[in-house]
Write a protein that binds this ligand. Structure first.
Ligand code: PEP
Ligand code: MG
Length: 584
């Protein structure tokens, strides 16, 4: 039966593919009754899954080194014995036959009955066996659902063109999934400016988040349509729906092709003010795209992505090679490299320090706070950047600034790194502009102080919104409160722009708001002249810039922001971009 599910559209695009459920250990399973003629096939499916797990464990036992710890060997032996036990062999088969349950449901019923028995035992050793039961059940479920234990364990090619359905996903998961060629993502949780969502957008993977209990509506391998723009997932679509979405896909491609004519046009408003459109870059492929669409430079290079999804920290040499490559490819155009911004939802497997245990990671060691606590890692990055600086036009940007002290300490570390390189006769550019990100309300309030110490500022709206409104950017439960149009957010943006103007330094915006065409006119009216966004969005923004006159916008926007009337602001924005009236 066709079902349509609505969630939070976090990455545009349409994809059609079969569902692969990627779950944590507590796999959620669909529970449904089978028709009589389906029972024989279901019995076979369960037996094949048992066989699959047995084969897997036997291979593991064979591969185990002769000197493997006895515990490991007995762990595998115990599970192999359990897989031979009538409890697992006959119990679920009987339930499938008698009750017509699907295999996953039958196994779950068997598991629940077993756990009840174990829980009622006095013997603590036997009670502890419930973990073994859970382990074996999870392995059989994974085999039934065709779910790899971890995405990185999926067989090459097995995820090509599939739609991944998951509870939640980390930024590292997205990187690995992209390498596996997946078509789209559906997740039960996650906000639209979480780093996971940003990566999905930047990698062009359509994604819908916040679809609670979605796994209940699906069976593995079912066909799904994912419409990332409208936050819609269609389960088991019929032929007419498939044809409709195929046509939409063709139309969207034609539209973006038509925009490509704008690549070489200057970026200026109708009344002739130049607007700098820069690119946000996460991967080397983005650098190529930035040049194709005519970006004036790179406004944000998120270096933490070099550190993500790997078990070891990249050393100075590896970082130097990447930075030099990016700088050289941009052929003298400015490249704004942001120093490591790890922490919060960007945790690293190679680091087991304070981040993991933080009570509230988003308010703990993040960005520059973390770097100043780990000066050796920070120094290696600064040295790599300075050495690479001769390959192009480097600008260094500091993330998550809260107070002037952090600026001073960073400038000191940069000066130290320069002195060290000088002592070793290693060349670097001595005129690198150093800028800071305004992502915390406190930073926006004292932007004027920061502006006197730095060469440029960049507004990170993704974090500025979450910290101003106390609404976690990764949590879809508060996505209604995460409001870019909140008058407080707009005032902080305006304060930052004014501070830059007073100090005579440029202020750009590199948060997701800058690449969202709904907000372009509003931001122009507020006084923003430098936008940085994923290069795939740049031409759409350029189109809007070139069809608007700054004088008109300024007259309309300034009074609205002063009066702080959210409804009036939303009406202005909705009028800007037909089709987005729902933000009212
Ligand atoms: C931001 O916070 O707006 C920003 C650009 O940084 P990130 O999304 O990487 O936190
Ligand atoms: Mg940020």
């Amino acid at each position: 039966m066709t079902v349509a599910l609505h969630g939070l559209g976090v990455s545009r695009g349409i994809a059609v593919g079969r569902a692969v459920i990627f779950a944590r250990d507590d796999l959620k399973v669909a529970e449904y009754r089978l028709a009589d003629q389906e029972i024989a096939q279901e019995l076979q499916r369960y037996q094949s899954a048992l066989q699959h797990v047995q084969n897997h464990l036997m291979t593991l036992r064979q591969r185990m080194a002769a000197n493997a710890p006895a515990d490991f060997v007995s762990f595998i032996e115990t599970h192999l014995l359990m897989l031979d036990d009538p409890v697992f062999v006959h119990g679920p088969l009987q339930t499938i036959r008698d009750m017509g349950c699907n295999a996953e449901w039958a196994l779950k019923l068997q598991r629940d009955a077993l756990i009840d028995v174990f829980e009622s035992m006095d013997d603590s050793y036997l009670r502890a066996r419930r973990d073994d039961v859970d382990y074996v059940v999870t392995q059989i479920l994974r085999a039934l659902l065709n779910v790899p234990a971890r995405i990185s364990e999926a067989a090459p090619g097995s995820l090509d063109g599939t739609v991944i359905v998951a509870e939640d996903l980390s930024p590292a998961d997205i990187v690995v999934m992209h390498e596996h060629g997946i078509a789209a993502i559906v997740a039960e949780s996650g906000g639209s400016t979480s780093h996971t969502a940003i990566l999905a957008r930047n990698l062009g993977i359509p994604a819908v988040f916040g679809l609670r209990n979605v796994q209940r509506f699906l069976t593995p391998n079912e066909t799904l349509i994912v419409d990332g723009r409208h936050g819609l997932v269609v389960v088991a679509p019929d032929r007419s729906l498939l044809a409709f979405y195929e046509q939409r896909r063709v139309d969207e491609r034609a539209h973006s092709f038509a925009r490509s004519a704008l690549c070489d046009r200057p970026s200026e408003t109708r009344d002739g003010t130049k607007i700098a459109l820069m690119a946000n870059v996460d991967f080397l492929d983005d650098v190529r795209l930035s040049k194709t669409v005519g970006a004036m430079g790179i406004g944000l290079f998120r270096t933490e992505l070099l550190f993500l999804g790997r078990n070891q920290i990249p050393d100075e040499e590896e970082q130097y090679t990447v930075y030099r490559q990016v700088l050289a490819s941009m052929e003298g155009a400015p490249v704004t490299v942001r120093t490591l911004d790890i922490g919060a939802d960007k945790s690293m497997p190679w680091y087991d320090g304070t981040i993991a245990g933080a009570v509230n990671p988003a308010l703990s060691l993040r960005g520059i706070r973390w770097c100043l606590r780990e000066p050796e890692i920070f120094r290696a990055q600064l040295r790599a950047l300075l050495r690479a600086s001769i390959a192009g036009h480097l600008r260094i940007m500091i993330p998550m600034l809260t107070c002037s002290d952090e600026i001073e300490q960073t400038l000191e570390l940069i000066a130290e790194a320069k002195a060290q390189l000088q002592g070793q006769n290693i060349p670097f550019d001595d005129n690198i502009a150093i800028g800071g990100m305004i992502e915390i309300p406190a930073a926006a309030v004292i932007a004027e102080v920061f502006a006197r110490k730095l060469d440029f500022l960049s507004i990170g709206t993704n974090d500025l919104i979450q910290y101003t409104l106390a609404a976690d950017r990764t949590d879809d439960a508060v996505s209604n409160l995460y409001d870019p149009l909140h008058p407080a957010v707009l005032r902080l943006i305006k304060m930052t722009l004014d501070a830059g103007q007073t100090a005579g330094i440029p202020v750009s915006m590199c948060g997701e708001m800058a690449g969202d065409v709904r907000y372009t006119r509003l931001l122009l009216g507020l006084g923003l002249r430098e936008f940085s966004m994923h290069p795939a969005l740049l031409l759409e923004i350029k189109e809007t810039v070139s069809t608007n006159s700054l004088t008109d916008l300024r007259c309309q926007v300034e009074p609205m922001v002063i009066s702080g009337n959210r409804l009036e602001i939303a009406r202005f924005v909705a009028g800007t971009a037909p089709g987005f009236e729902h933000i009212l």
